[in-house]
Design a protein around this ligand. Structure first.
Ligand SMILES: NC(=O)c1ccc[n+]([C@@H]2O[C@H](COP(=O)([O-])OP(=O)(O)OC[C@H]3O[C@@H](n4cnc5c(N)ncnc54)[C@H](OP(=O)(O)O)[C@@H]3O)[C@@H](O)[C@H]2O)c1
Length: 318
């Protein structure tokens, strides 16, 4: 399996990251463990989660995904073989959100306890916190790195100017810098990343790990009509967001390229991301073993220039 370095961290990851937001939401603990087993057996090593996953599921309080990953790490005794990324900052309850140093110090202990580990490989700021100066947040992360609790830090959902500002603060102060960015980016959602944000990442040599890489399942081609919303617990939202003229044109191009390469639309959508310059690893989740097998095959799928051009043209944005 090809490995890529996560920004300038020296951490080597396979080019597909398992997204852990489904653990404790659309997948229970036993099924999550089976998916994680299959993922590492296929040669992958990179898992992304967040302290707040999956607060939105009825009855959940947050921490469910980290807890499920923690019981898996403990029972498989494989902590050294996998790279664990998690996040802080999303609301976990009253007063429990943001990137203040005191809150980060408390939140990291909670994540370490749930993950049943002594270190987080990549600790990410989930959302921007304009009320906390970057110096304060990065200082807190610096202490965690010094203590060996965190190996590297990353950001998610930052705008280009704010990411540049954070990088400038690190350069000026000597505090650790964000080594990765986790943006929403896929064949349908291109405009928020391509352009200024992509330029900042490439100039600074950041690792980029994309989320919603399958547009929440839309790019697998399973949503072709409004009636298909019933195919998943999250189907209604997917259909209303993506099933429009542009979405249908993208599906048509995916079908065509998939047929030419004896692949599936999901594999083509992931392979397109893997081939984009500057992308380290798309993050995608799966709820069933057959979905995971489908996604895993994307790592072996090379798209030729004609296929990339067809996909680029169908998903062009202005
Ligand atoms: N930083 C952030 O703010 C942020 C925000 C959101 C997500 N994320 C990260 O990105 C990860 C992925 O997000 P996501 O799961 O929402 O989106 P996604 O990867 O775009 O969509 C994955 C979903 O598509 C369906 N699917 C996957 N493979 C399939 C296949 N081969 N055939 C048919 N259906 C398939 C599954 O859902 P069904 O079976 O239910 O259809 C699966 O849960 C998250 O786990 C998280 O780590 C980060």
């Amino acid at each position: 399996m090809e490995k890529r370095t996560l920004g300038q961290t020296g951490i080597a990851v396979a080019p597909l990251c398992f997204g852990g937001n489904v653990f404790g939401w659309t997948v229970d603990e036993a099924a999550s463990h089976r998916l994680l087993d299959a993922f590492v057996e296929a040669g992958f090593n990179f898992i992304d989660t967040a302290d707040s996953y999956s607060t939105w599921a009825p009855g959940n309080r947050g921490g469910e995904s980290e807890t499920i990953i923690g019981t898996w790490l403990k029972s498989r005794r494989n902590r050294d073989q996998v790279v664990i990324a998690t996040k802080v900052g999303s609301e976990m309850g009253p007063g429990r959100k943001g990137l203040r140093p005191a809150y980060i110090r408390q939140a990291v202990e909670d994540s370490l306890r749930r993950l049943q580990t002594d270190r987080i490989d990549l600790y990410q700021s989930h959302w921007d916190d304009p009320e906390t100066p970057f110096e304060d947040t990065l200082g807190a992360y610096g202490d965690l790195i010094d203590q060996g609790k965190v190996r590297a830090i990353g950001a998610s959902n930052l705008t280009a100017p704010r990411l540049r500002e954070a990088l400038d603060v690190s350069a000026r102060t000597g505090l650790p810098r964000y080594e990765t960015l986790q943006p929403r980016y896929n064949l349908y959602d291109r405009s928020g990343y391509e352009g200024e944000l992509e330029a900042v990442c490439r100039d600074a040599g950041l690792g980029v790990i994309t989320y919603y890489s399958l547009a929440s399942g839309f790019l697998t081609g399973k949503y072709r009509s409004a009636a298909d919303a019933g195919k998943s617990a999250r189907g209604e939202g997917v259909v209303s967001r993506y099933l429009d003229e542009r979405g249908r044109a993208i599906l048509e191009a995916l079908d065509e390229v998939a047929a030419q390469h004896r692949a599936t639309p999901a594999q083509v959508a992931i392979a397109w991301l893997m081939a984009r310059p500057g992308i380290t690893a798309p993050i995608a989740s799966a709820t069933r073993p057959e979905q995971l097998a489908d996604l895993a095959a994307a790592a072996r799928l090379g798209l030729d220039a004609a296929a990339m051009a067809r996909l680029d043209a169908a998903s062009a944005w202005s």
